[in-house]
Design a protein around this ligand. Structure first.
Ligand code: ATP
Ligand code: MG
Ligand code: MG
Length: 351
């Protein structure tokens, strides 16, 4: 059997590792942290930093193919790994999604609609960008943002100075505020053979910048559904992508607008664990391992609720609910805003 190497040992790495073992693969995790969620479900944990060249080499040599659960892998580490083993999805997807500016340029280059945007490195850039884009707008760091971190809302031009200060000198991007009716995402997969398969789009609710819930089916017209599938396939094909990608979309009266892409399994795809015969984690492992993609057709309606921070106090009640599938990440300490697990509430017979 082959061995799959996974960069990152968080909950996504954990669920990828479980899916891989179910298909008979072994897994190795590369993760600096000690007691990480994936460490308990993997065959081997390489516990080292991304600047440890010897550890990176040893990891690559222990595996047949390398994938990842987060996009901010240092380029120097990728150079070392890339020379030894295939990295799937490929590096172009990482390069593009590591920087919000590159990502927006790529998406608009494909003819897809995005929020109006401009690069902001200083107060002059910001004033010019606000002049062109207007307010309300959102200033975001170009790199390393997640769960709404590294973002500042600019409701009126007077908020500009504080927003720029919030970026702490990091290169930023100003985005015009999109007036959406709701948010959806589409989890798409592309196999090594070029086949593309999309999961049904999910409707996402965020609170404080963090995903709270995903509901399938999403409120979308048949035309919007088709559009979501076509735009996702457009993105995956353009990158000759192999693996699963999450594409976040704003639904507006003028059509779907792409918010961002994530070159990995995605929190808004966790419903697939209990709504499809083949979930996003298995689909990703299949693609990375060169298997044919599996059947990702939705068989049930599902509401996925993230269990964040002290939501875990409700686990005893949730554990008694009918048709509720709990997925806990084994995190030892609970902090506000920390994703501890999720629950998929399945509607039997629907789908
Ligand atoms: P993630 O954890 O999804 O990677 P992130 O930190 O990359 O989050 P974004 O997805 O850019 O953050 O933004 C988080 C949320 O903020 C979005 O889901 C949306 O609700 C809101 N938001 C972001 N950008 C815009 C925009 N241009 N217009 C309107 N709302 C926005
Ligand atoms: Mg993001
Ligand atoms: Mg997002």
């Amino acid at each position: 059997g082959a061995t799959i190497g996974i960069l990152g040992g968080g909950q996504l790495g954990r669920m990828l590792s479980v899916a891989a073992s179910r298909l008979g693969f072994r897994t190795c995790i590369f993760e600096p942290g000690d007691d990480c969620p994936a460490s308990h479900v993997t065959d081997r944990h390489f516990r080292a930093d991304y600047d440890d060249e010897a550890a990176l080499r040893a990891f690559a040599e222990a595996v047949d193919v390398i994938t990842y659960e987060f996009e901010n892998i240092p380029t120097s580490a990728l150079d070392i790994l890339d020379a030894l083993r295939p990295i799937r999805p490929g590096r172009e997807a990482l390069r593009i999604s590591q920087d919000r500016m590159t990502e927006k340029d790529f998406l608009s280059g494909l003819g897809l609609a995005t929020a109006p945007y401009a690069a902001v490195d200083n107060a002059d850039d910001l004033a010019a960008a606000i002049g062109r884009i207007g307010t309300p707008a959102i200033l975001k760091t170009r790199r390393f943002g997640y769960d709404g971190k590294g973002q500042a809302r600019i409701m009126a031009p007077g908020d500009a100075q504080q927003a720029l200060a919030d970026m702490a000198g990091a290169p930023a991007i100003l985005e015009g505020f999109v007036k959406f009716s709701h948010e959806v995402s589409i989890i798409a997969a592309r196999g090594a053979d070029g086949a593309v398969s999309c999961f049904d789009p999910g409707e996402n609710v965020h609170r404080d910048g963090i995903l709270r819930s995903t509901t399938v089916p999403a409120r979308l017209s048949p035309a919007q559904r088709t559009d979501a599938v076509l735009l996702a396939a457009n993105i995956l094909n353009a990158l000759e992508y192999v693996g699963v990608m999450g594409v976040e979309l704003f639904v507006t009266p003028r059509g779907l607008i792409v918010n961002e892409i994530a070159p990995r399994v995605h929190n808004s795809g966790h419903w697939t664990q209990n709504g499809c015969a083949v979930d996003q984690f298995e689909q990703h492992i299949r693609a990375v391992a060169g298997w044919p993609l599996g059947d990702g057709k939705r068989h049930s309606d599902v509401v996925m609720e993230n269990l964040i921070g002290d939501d875990i106090d409700r686990i005893p009640q949730i554990a008694r609910e009918a048709h509720a599938a709990l997925h806990l990440y084994g995190k030892v300490t609970c902090k506000p805003g920390r994703k501890m697990g999720h629950v998929n509430r399945v509607k039997p017979g629907a789908g």
